[in-house]
Design a protein. Structure first.
Lengths: 272, 276
């Protein structure tokens, strides 16, 4: 950039060194998990003494890992439904907020974002109390309701950012040409905000798939969820299948991330 | 839809939040003032137990300390990473961005598991220390506070890094060149130009990291272990093992209150810094 003096060079070196360490701390554990999932040892030695696929074989064995498969199926179903529900609600709300100049819109936006800062464990406990007060036994539908509350702010943010760039003149001309509100939404608004909607749906999906605090309280024997099952596998006798399950989750996340990043610039949207 | 009717689009989310978010929290508050989970009678017993007990007060302090240390630890690495990102070319920028987002997309459980492997007796750190001859026996890292903070540094760093990247992206590169060509040292440019612009991102990141680290139940329990007492474990214990729901509710509200007070203080600090 420009010429450095001596003290500048020392400062720049310090910044580079810390950034390097930070990068290592961010990425290293992900690589450690991937390598460990191929270990031939029963103990969690690193580096592993040898490499096998035995933990993946056990993980995918329908008889020995039946419970994990059920939990994974539940998690996937809840995540898909959560993404649909949270993104629909958030898209409508985001359009309302960006198109209104009134003061309520700012207040509403703050309220809608509240679940992001609120400790998840308090909300999980509150949900358990609420549903047991309503005499509702744990079910996947209740999990979707709880997850959607936490996922909606993510979608609201990405859709809101897309909708902010929407030209009101486009909507007005669509209306002037005789299109109803729904037709205007389908033909004009939605195609324009689609990248934000897609990014929001993806983040809602991931936030549900990874959700611990709500699932912790609402999951039961009938509604076992993958993160909770993996937690159980880590708490008791350390089961190396956790490494294989983690390997699958990391691979899926990485592929999805690259695909979404290519399609809608996801990483950029998350930092915006 | 007219400008006046557009608010109706926000109704479905608002109603859903009332029913599934606000109502449960109100019930949580009510339960903390009740004698049992069926709200048959009111009492302050749960609050006396929650705040009158040294053990619980110690958990509150431990939890706040953990949150604060996690904020410090993530900032130490995230700020330099964000600065390098700002100065880097497009390829390195993309690599840093992917590195920031990837941990966020791999489940907290997976990240916690990774740190069991790294911090364990036969893990990466102990293997390195012994390989270099720095220590002869494995150093205990699991079930310690510094092990937990190291793990939280990675687990929570994306929450600090992403707002910082967003804040620094708003800096006009011409400003940096101007500062440098006017003879400003790197330190001066960082302090006078970059830091004020980075501050909102830093504060947003600090709020998110604090809230997340203070409530990271699984990481606290699995890496920190049973000997370190944090509020989320207390909430879980009272709710699911002892079945004292009023006390669990009072502890959960204490946790929520502590996090919200810190978040409010941080945002006040942010507002003040912007006007200074």
């Amino acid at each position: 950039m420009h010429r450095f003096t001596g003290s500048d060079r020392a400062l720049a070196l310090l910044i580079l060194a810390l950034a390097g360490c930070g990068f290592l701390i961010l990425v290293g554990p992900v690589i450690v998990v991937l390598v460990t999932s191929f270990t031939s040892s029963r103990a969690l030695q690193f580096p592993p003494p040898g490499f096998t696929l035995q933990w993946y074989r056990e993980l995918f064995d329908p008889a020995r890992s039946a419970q994990i498969h059920i939990a994974a199926g539940n998690s996937l179903m809840v995540a898909v439904l959560t993404a649909v529900v949270a993104t629909s609600l958030a898209t409508a709300a985001a359009l309302a907020i960006t198109r209104s100049r009134a003061g309520w819109a700012r207040v509403a936006e703050g309220g809608f974002m509240a679940p992001l800062v609120l400790p998840g464990i308090a909300f999980g406990l509150a949900s358990l109390m609420f549903f047991s007060w309503l005499r509702q036994p744990p079910s996947l539908a209740l999990l979707v309701a709880g997850h959607a509350m936490i996922a909606a702010p993510f979608a609201l943010r990405t859709v809101g950012a897309s909708a902010a760039g929407l030209d009101p003149a486009l909507l007005e001309s669509s209306a002037a040409l005789g299109a109803g509100p729904w037709r205007t939404f389908r033909r004009v608004t939605l195609p324009l905000i689609l990248p934000g909607v897609a990014a929001g749906a993806f983040l809602a999906f991931v936030s549900s798939l990874d959700n611990v605090p709500v699932s912790l309280f609402l999951a039961s024997a009938q509604t076992d969820m993958l993160p909770i099952r993996m937690w159980g596998m880590m708490e008791t006798a350390l089961d190396v299948r956790v490494a294989a399950a983690s390997g699958v989750l990391v691979a899926v996340a990485f592929v999805l991330l690259l695909a979404m990043d290519r399609a809608v610039g996801l990483a950029r949207r998350m930092s915006g | 839809m007219t400008e006046n009717g557009v608010w109706r689009l926000a109704l479905p989310l608002a109603l859903a939040q009332m029913l599934f978010f606000v109502a449960p929290l109100l019930l949580l508050a009510a339960t903390s003032f009740a004698t049992d989970e069926n709200l048959r009678a009111w009492s302050l017993r749960a609050w006396r137990d929650a705040l009158g007990d040294d053990f619980n007060i110690a958990s509150v302090i431990n939890t706040l300390r953990l949150g604060a240390l996690a904020v410090l630890a993530t900032a130490v690495f995230a700020v330099p990473l964000a600065l390098v990102h700002m100065a880097a070319g497009p390829t390195l920028r993309r690599v840093i961005l992917i590195a920031a987002v990837l941990p966020l997309l791999t489940s907290v459980v997976v990240r916690t598991f990774a740190w069991i492997v790294i911090l364990g007796r036969e893990g990466v750190i102990n293997a390195t220390l012994q390989g270099l001859g720095i220590t002869s026996a494995p150093v205990p890292l699991l079930q310690t506070e510094h092990g937990l903070i190291l793990a939280l540094t990675q687990i929570e760093m994306p929450l600090m890094l992403l707002p910082l990247l967003a804040a620094l992206a708003r800096i006009d590169p011409a400003l940096l060149d101007a500062s440098a060509s006017l003879g400003g040292s790197l330190f001066r440019t960082l302090r006078k130009v970059v830091l004020p612009m980075a501050l909102p991102g830093l504060i947003a990141g600090a709020t998110l990291v604090f809230a997340s680290a203070a409530t990271a139940f699984i990481s606290q329990g699995v890496i920190g272990g049973g000997r370190l007492n944090y509020l989320p474990a207390q909430v879980w214990q009272q709710a699911m093992v002892v079945f004292d729901w009023p006390l669990a509710a009072a502890l959960a509200i204490t946790l929520m209150g502590s996090v919200l007070v810190v978040a409010a203080a941080l945002s006040l600090l942010g507002a003040k810094a912007r006007h200074a």
